[in-house]
Design a protein around this ligand. Structure first.
Ligand SMILES: [Zn+2]
Length: 301
């Protein structure tokens, strides 16, 4: 165990999800010398095309390749050590014809999707795993499929009776989290945008954001990612097809960005190590005393 490097695995559905939900904690982990693994289920073939330099008609058929290249730029900005695709196809939004394609992630055999994540967990040995909640954050079918695969894999990867055919030693991650958009952050966003545009008829980000935000009393973990905001915004910009030039995350003033994006919030759903009820660190309970002090030399007690 002594030569094990603390490892963070985030399990996402599409290129760009890794930045919105976990960009700060990935950059923070990378800066602290924690090994970072990003699992992305699809290449986002059914996403939107906002890049003004692209002809949407022409770009549509090669959007998967375009978004893979965008993701590779984003992960190099965030400091991701390993990027793995699960190899499924983007399911598109519910109710669209693209949603019916049999190769889509949400049509995939759930056991097979779990197996693919188990294999990656046994290969990369994550201590902490982060994915979406059971609603997939905002209900996209691929996010729900990623949630199911990640949770099932968390519970199976350490079981020697599951997937012995891989020939890989079982590995049990220690902590499982769901990334969350805090309700209070969206309340503040509305207030700040109104204050910034007292004349404008401000439209809230969604009609009713209670459907995809989480009440603060359900959140266990707030991580200060303020030092990594520039990296997070640069990684967002790397997803050129997904981020329209007028996206509020890019156009908001630095002051507003710092107030809204300084923390990332999580719900801890499994922990095999003792932890405080409220944490400010995904790796709480896992760091050695030296690491907890960011490498400061401490005398043994
Ligand atoms: Zn997504």
């Amino acid at each position: 165990m002594t030569d094990h490097t603390l490892t963070l695995m985030t399990v996402h559905a599409h290129p760009d999800d890794e930045v919105f939900l976990t960009g700060g904690v990935i950059a923070k982990a990378a800066a602290e010398g924690i090994h970072t693994v990003l699992v992305t289920a699809t290449r986002g073939e059914e996403g939107e095309i906002h890049d003004p330099d692209l002809d949407p008609e022409e770009a549509r058929h090669r959007l998967g390749a375009i978004r893979e290249a965008e993701l590779r730029r984003a992960v190099s900005i965030l400091g991701v050590d390993e990027l793995h695709f699960l190899g499924y196809r983007d399911s598109g939004m519910e109710g669209t014809p693209e949603n019916e394609n049999p190769h889509n992630f949400h049509h995939a055999d759930p056991d097979e999707a779990t197996a693919r994540v188990v294999r990656l967990m046994r290969q990369t040995k994550p201590d902490v795993v982060v994915t979406y909640d059971e609603r997939g954050g905002y209900g996209h079918p691929d996010h729900i499929a990623a949630h199911r695969a990640a949770v099932a894999a968390f519970d199976a990867a350490g079981d020697p009776g599951r997937f012995p055919e891989f020939g890989l030693a079982p590995w049990q991650p220690s902590k499982l989290y769901y990334g969350a958009f805090a309700r209070s952050t969206f309340d503040r966003m509305q207030r700040l945008f109104r204050e910034a545009n007292p004349e404008g008829n401000f439209e809230p980000p969604e009609e009713d954001y209670s459907s995809f935000t989480v009440p603060d009393d359900e959140l266990t973990t707030w991580v200060n990612v303020h030092p990594y905001l520039l990296q997070k915004q640069a990684a967002l910009r790397a997803h050129r097809t997904q981020i329209a030039a007028d996206n509020p995350f890019l156009t908001m003033s630095d002051e507003i960005a710092q107030e809204l994006m300084a923390y990332e919030a999580f719900i801890r759903v499994r922990s095999l190590v003792p932890v405080p009820e409220r944490e400010d660190d995904l790796f709480a309970g896992l760091r050695t005393p030296v690491e907890a002090n960011h490498g400061a030399v401490t005398s043994g007690v």
